[in-house]
Ligand binder design. Structure first.
Ligand SMILES: NC(=O)c1ccc[n+]([C@@H]2O[C@H](COP(=O)([O-])OP(=O)(O)OC[C@H]3O[C@@H](n4cnc5c(N)ncnc54)[C@H](OP(=O)(O)O)[C@@H]3O)[C@@H](O)[C@H]2O)c1
Length: 291
């Protein structure tokens, strides 16, 4: 029985996950480029996350590169049956830590094999095609060649489910003509609300929406109103930001990232925070759009 009893669950294809998960990117080290600051602490964070009920971990072999997946393997292999590892392909790291597009079919195939090897599995649960372009927002353009290449790897039995990252509604629709899409991972949080309509659209189709940078990423969220609400509720600002996402839509899955046990505990507890409609409305206004 999961300890995240107030998290609720959502289906990622044939897998069911708690709506509070964990994003492993921060474990790779400063700049998401290894070596990690404290490998033993990273292993402890991963183990405690799973012991606390997390059964959805977001990763990529380009975190480190290879570092995050190897830490996940060291900490958690052999994996519990109910643990869903979601990875992403589409980028490669330069020796200078740069993030470079790696979207050709041969590069995607090689990335899938890197993930299989470093995670120590025969089949990847979910693979997101990370579309490049701008780092923090999608740009229009066909993704047909890339997504078709991943669909072929899925048909060959190397991948169970496919998802997309950093995409527009048009790109989701294009991909759906090629293969089923079970999740979309885009930049979204209390102050970054460009995907409001996309979240509804995906929710109506039973597709998960997984916000990256749920706490603001490399620039932590800052808002006077958030601070004021958190103070009133006796919670931290990060907990309120996560509770807002959790309440925002049933198809939102949370993957806050942290390398700290204290922050992990704080973040997981956010699903126990109830936000009344008036408080939701107050927080909605932080993004400047109301709801
Ligand atoms: N698809 C994509 O392009 C993409 C891009 C970025 C990220 N992601 C995924 O999304 C996940 C989440 O994004 P993210 O980790 O970049 O950003 P995030 O979850 O928005 O924020 C993480 C940052 O917030 C800090 N933090 C976490 N919990 C905190 C707390 N309770 N109080 C204060 N600070 C806290 C972390 O530092 P500490 O370590 O000190 O806690 C870290 O610096 C990643 O792990 C990754 O799996 C995907």
């Amino acid at each position: 029985m999961s300890k995240l009893t107030n998290a609720g669950t959502f289906a990622l294809g044939r897998r069911t996950v708690n709506r509070m998960g964990y994003g492993a990117m921060q474990l790779a080290g400063p700049g998401v480029f290894g070596p990690p600051k404290d490998p033993a602490a990273a292993v402890a964070v991963l183990r405690e996350a799973v012991e606390s009920g997390v059964n959805h971990i977001d990763t990529s072999d380009f975190y480190g590169p290879h570092v995050t997946n190897r830490l996940i393997r060291e900490a958690l292999h052999p994996y519990p049956d109910d643990l869903t590892l979601v990875t992403k392909v589409g980028a490669a790291r330069g020796a200078d830590a740069s993030w470079n597009p790696a979207q050709r079919p041969a590069e995607l195939t090689s990335a899938v094999h890197d993930n299989l090897r470093n995670l120590g599995v025969d089949v990847l649960d979910v693979v997101n095609l990370r579309v490049m372009g701008r780092v923090d927002a999608p740009t229009e353009g066909s993704i047909e060649p890339q997504f078709a290449a991943l669909a072929e790897l899925q048909q060959r039995g190397l991948i169970r489910h496919l998802g997309l990252s950093n995409v527009t509604a048009a790109q989701v629709a294009e991909a759906q003509h090629i293969a089923e899409v079970v999740c979309v991972q885009n930049h979204y949080n209390l102050v970054h609300r460009e995907d409001d309509a996309l979240i509804e659209l995906l929710g109506a189709q039973g597709i998960a929406y997984v916000p990256f940078f749920p706490l603001g990423g490399f620039t932590p969220l800052q808002s006077d109103r958030l601070a004021e609400v958190a103070g009133r509720l006796g919670a931290t600002q990060m907990q309120v930001a996560l509770a807002w996402l959790h309440a925002r839509a049933r198809n939102i899955l949370l993957i806050p990232g942290t390398a700290s046990l204290a922050h992990l505990r704080e973040n997981l507890a956010a699903v126990d925070l109830r936000l009344e409609p008036a408080v939701m409305a107050e927080l909605d206004a932080v993004g400047g759009q109301g709801h």
